[in-house]
Each structure stands twice: as structure tokens, then as C-alpha cells.
Design a protein around this ligand. Structure first.
Ligand SMILES: CC(C)(COP(=O)(O)OP(=O)(O)OC[C@H]1O[C@@H](n2cnc3c(N)ncnc32)[C@H](O)[C@@H]1OP(=O)(O)O)[C@@H](O)C(=O)NCCC(=O)NCCS
Ligand SMILES: CC(=O)OP(=O)(O)O
Length: 333
């Protein structure tokens, strides 16, 4: 992992200029305290930490946090519980939730934090250092829901080293995307790239390049490429390139692209990689991070109405800090 990574420097600077309010529901985790402490000292965001207040405060003091930037909420006896339970009940009653279940649900910091976001009591949420991705993303899907005119919430990672920044998707949410979902994922990831100042060069990945391999998965990525091209042509604002189906080397190595995909608009210089399914995406990002020594920030949710971002349970405090910065930028108004 490079200390001079350009992406991290840039997003921290941008987040500082925004100083958004980010809620961390897993406030008792040591890495959360370390990340909150770093964010507070750099005046990167206002932070609310949820859990048992005494334990959180003790950990924050150990890290020398700037306490004027951090609010600690004892979730179990917050005066907001009643209001959040009522709202959660209204949102989920059609799904069979009664008032007593709603009261129980919002005592859980993950649901409490998500309700803070819903009610405008925070600008963004970061969790997943303790909870699995499913348990982090589910409350967001139930409460915050899709952004207007979006059908598919998806997730991506920023994969970084030195001056290099790549976007990988979907690595955390959609198990086996349909053709339509693949097109949504490609569009959403192109939009994320643009939001972070990157011109998207999108590769729709497979084990085959332009028909070199056979099978239903090849056909699926050919269909997905066609649908993604159509969606981008009609809905993406900005300059981009897209091609598929491509193997990773044909997407990423110019000399290999010349051989395997001559005439590809990507010319072996893709920076956005769309994976055929969650197995491939999740394994690929962990390979880049754990064997390739690159930084991996995410899963960053795309297409959700307000910024909620997940983490790997194996994350570091630095990963959390980067995710806080990304969340702040996504919430820019
Ligand atoms: C995220 C996940 C938990 C959601 O599935 P689930 O718990 O079964 O929840 P449901 O299917 O009941 O969906 C809950 C709500 O989210 C909505 N939803 C689910 N997936 C969605 C998507 N991709 N985009 C938009 N909405 C979605 C559903 O429509 C439903 O809405 P409703 O309850 O208001 O009707 C599931 O997709 C999952 O487990 N994904 C993989 C996570 C994972 O293991 N990642 C690997 C490590 S990063
Ligand atoms: C993103 C991810 O893979 O999360 P975890 O490592 O917590 O399963």
C-alpha cells in the first residue's frame, strides 16, 4: 500500500472543504475510533459514533481525538428512539413490521444510524467493519432505498496505487446480475468515476475476448455489453469508452489488446472493470488488495438515495478514513 497514493490525498482535501456529518454505527470498534480520531484531527468531517457511549469515549480518548468534531450517542437511551421507531414502522408496516418490532429494530445501531440518515440527522453512513455486507446493506435498502429513476443499487471499489485509480464493480452486492442489472452497474460506475474526476473507460469482463471462448457466460457478457452501450449512449453525460466482452489482459495491457482485441476503443487502457458476477468481483478486489498490494476502498454503494457505504470486516482504520471521505463527497449538494 502506497503512502503517497494520489486518490487518498485528493479525496481527503475535498472532504475537508465539505466537512459533512458522517455517522459510524459501529462506534465501539477500535478501528472506528482510530478513523474518527484521524478525521476529527484533520477536520475532515463531523462524526457521530453509536453504541455504548462510555466505551466509545474511552477508546476515542486513547487516540487523542479532537472531541469538538465528534458526537457520541448512547443508542439504547437516545431521545430519538421513539421518532425513529415510528418512521421505521411507517416505512415497513406493509412488510409485516409492527410497532413493537420497529421499536426493537431501531435500538440496533445499524438501524438507528440508517434512520439518522433517512431523517436528515446525518449526511452519510459508514459501517461494515463489524457487520457482514448483507447486514450493513439491508437496512439501507429497506430505509434509504434507490435514488430517483434508479432500479439497481450496486457496489464498487476504488482500487488505488500511487497515481493509479481503478473502479471495480460489482464486488459486494448483486450476486448474478441480469443483462439489465449489468447495464445499470456499468452506468452507475461510470457516474461514480465522473463524480470523482475520472473519465470512464469501461471493460465488460469475461473469460473470453470477442468470441474467443464459448458458453452461456460469454453470451451473457456479450448481451450485457450491448445493453450497457445502449444505456450509456442514452443516459451518461460526459466522455467515455466501453468495450466487451474482454478478458482482463485484453482490457488492461495495450500489447495484449492489439493482439486479442484490435480496434477496441479501450486500447488496453480500461480503468473501470465490470465483473460478470459477485464471485469474480469479490475475489478480484481481494486479489488486487491482498496479493497485489493495492489499496481497496469500498464497497461503495451506487444508486442509493443517500450515501451509505460498506467496508470489509478485514479493513484498516485508514480504509475507514478513506471511506468517510468518499461518503462525504457523495453527499455533496
Ligand atoms: C444486500 C442483500 C442482503 C439484500 O438481500 P436481502 O437481504 O435478501 O433482502 P431483500 O431481497 O429482502 O431486499 C430488501 C429490500 O432491498 C431491495 N433490494 C434488494 N437488492 C436490491 C438492489 N440490488 N437494488 C435495489 N434494491 C434492492 C428489495 O427490493 C427489498 O425492498 P423492499 O423490502 O422494500 O421490498 C443481498 O443482496 C446480499 O446478501 N448480497 C450479497 C452481499 C454479500 O454477501 N457480499 C459479499 C461481501 S461484500
Ligand atoms: C466486501 C467484503 O468482502 O466484505 P467482507 O470481507 O466483510 O465479507
Amino acid at each position: 500500500m502506497s503512502e503517497t497514493e494520489q486518490f487518498l490525498t485528493n479525496i481527503k482535501e475535498k472532504a475537508k472543504s465539505l466537512c459533512r456529518h458522517i455517522v459510524l454505527p459501529e462506534g465501539e470498534d477500535k478501528r472506528m475510533a482510530e478513523a474518527a480520531s484521524m478525521a476529527s484531527k484533520e477536520k475532515m468531517a463531523k462524526i457521530t459514533m453509536l453504541g455504548v457511549a462510555e466505551r466509545i469515549t474511552a477508546k476515542l480518548k486513547e487516540t487523542g481525538a479532537a472531541m469538538d468534531m465528534i458526537n457520541v450517542v448512547n443508542t439504547a437511551d437516545s431521545p430519538k428512539l421513539k421518532e425513529y421507531a415510528e418512521e421505521f414502522y411507517q416505512l415497513r408496516k406493509k412488510k409485516g413490521i409492527d410497532m413493537s418490532k420497529a421499536e426493537q429494530a431501531v435500538k440496533d445501531s445499524m438501524y438507528f444510524g440508517t434512520m439518522m440518515l433517512k431523517k436528515g440527522d446525518a449526511d452519510g453512513l459508514v459501517a461494515g467493519a463489524v457487520h457482514s455486507s448483507a447486514d450493513t446493506i439491508r437496512p439501507a435498502l429497506q430505509i434509504v432505498k434507490c435514488a430517483p429513476s434508479v432500479n439497481t443499487v450496486s457496489s464498487m471499489f476504488f482500487i488505488c496505487r500511487g497515481e493509479e485509480t481503478y473502479l471495480f464493480s460489482d464486488c459486494g452486492l448483486n450476486l448474478n446480475p441480469t443483462t439489465e442489472q449489468h447495464a445499470d452497474i456499468a452506468l452507475a460506475t461510470a457516474n461514480t468515476a465522473r463524480q470523482f474526476g475520472i473519465k470512464p473507460r469501461i471493460a465488460m469482463l469475461c473469460y473470453s475476448t470477442k468470441g474467443s471462448g464459448l458458453g452461456p457466460d460469454v453470451e451473457a457478457m456479450q448481451e450485457a455489453t450491448k445493453a450497457a452501450k445502449e444505456k450509456l449512449a442514452s443516459e451518461f453525460e460526459g466522455d467515455y469508452a466501453i468495450d466487451g466482452e474482454l478478458q482482463l489482459d485484453a482490457a488492461f495491457v495495450p500489447k495484449v489488446a492489439e493482439k486479442k482485441a484490435p480496434g477496441s476503443p479501450l486500447e488496453g487502457k480500461a480503468n473501470v472493470f465490470i465483473f460478470p458476477d459477485l464471485c469474480a468481483g469479490n475475489i478480484a478486489y481481494k486479489l488486487a488488495e491482498r496479493m497485489g498490494g493495492m489499496s481497496a476502498y469500498g464497497p461503495i454503494l451506487q444508486g442509493i438515495a443517500k450515501p451509505v457505504n460498506d467496508l470489509s470486516r478485514g479493513c484498516s482504520a485508514r480504509d475507514i478514513l478513506a471511506t468517510i471521505a468518499i461518503t462525504a463527497i457523495q453527499g455533496e449538494k
